[in-house]
Design a protein around this ligand. Sequence first.
Ligand code: IPM
Ligand code: MN
Length: 420
Amino acid sequence: MALFILGGVVVAVFFEVAHLAGATNALGNFDTTTGGEVEMFGAQALEGAGRNAMCRHEVRLPIRFVPATHTPCVRSLNEVNSVASRTPRSGAHRIAVIGGDGIGPEVIAEALKVVRAAGVELDTTFFDLGGARYLRDGEVLSDETLETLRGFDAILLGAVGTPGVPPGVIERGLLLKLRFSLDLYINQRPFAGTAPGHSKPHDFIVIRENTEGPYVGEGGVLRKGTAHEVATQGSVNSRHGVERCIRYAFELASKRERKHVTLVHKTNVLTFAGDLWQRTFDAVAAEYPKIATAYNHVDAACIYFVQDPHRYDVVVTDNLFGDILTDLGGAVSGGIGLASSANLNPARTGPSLFEPVHGSAPDIAGKGVANPVAAILSAALMLDHLGESKAADAIRAACAKPTSGSTIAVGDEICRRLHG
Ligand code: IPM
Ligand code: MN
């Protein structure tokens, strides 16, 4: 019953997950309301998500840089804010900034600096959220803060996850709560680069469904800690959720040169969810006769991402496959330190959220060696969404050439390129 010990905020996480878990019974999986020792729904989900996030921290090497000598390597977000929050002009975009944990605040500080150097006015409000805040006073993301965030034009987030916080508390309670509550149903992750062993650059975009699949926390555990323990973790796929995601992928492809969409799933094993995805994909594809299509099983896609990434233009896939594939996408496109993402609410019923694909990398936090380019490119995606595509293109062009040095030195170099 660790959740009770952890206090009100975690109990709130439990309630959210328990609410979603109601779907379990409706779908006829297993009924946790009867008999047995019903351990909390969501406890397993918390553990799983966090462990995953920790693993991510261990593979952060590609985002290291050799720090420049002498100059301070890390500028605090507060310092940047005090420089940056001059009285905004009325046309300034209102941005909620969540630096988060580990290297998050460092890389976000550089992203804000670069956006301003590109001539875009931002009216920033900083939100102290993440693992450190949770350890201090138990706040993960209150409903009140969530309501405040709804009023912004966009949210820029660094990274979340802190050792010492029970796995998943921050991931589920902050990041996933934002994705679900703000209906950020598209996670768009562009990959442009030259994969190891290749000479020709690739350029593709993964569209990851962002509000369903195994991430909803459907499942439960019975007889925990006994030899007869049973744990389930379901994947929720709605026709509505799948169709709007696939439709987004086709719309995106129709604006791109190659006009090609690949569905990635595991239809040979996940025959219920896979069938829904495949039929929905086929139905939407029929409406876009000018767009060519393909299908790959996710295991095969892992090979192609490495051996033949040029075959892809737009890839559409479910939440968990998309999570895994996009780390691989980063690895074959210059490293995870360059991988950007947009969590989009295409209906624009609220703000969208922009964040680097990488994690909080606590092992290198505060050392000034984190690569800010993923955060800077995520800010460029934010500018696209805010109608500032010219500035976004300029930032992408400035990031195209390799950079080196400390976190701040890289940010400064990109600013110089923008001005030159
Ligand atoms: C990501 C991250 C998150 C995810 C974690 C931090 C919950 O890995 O954005 O890819 O799994 O979606
Ligand atoms: Mn991930």
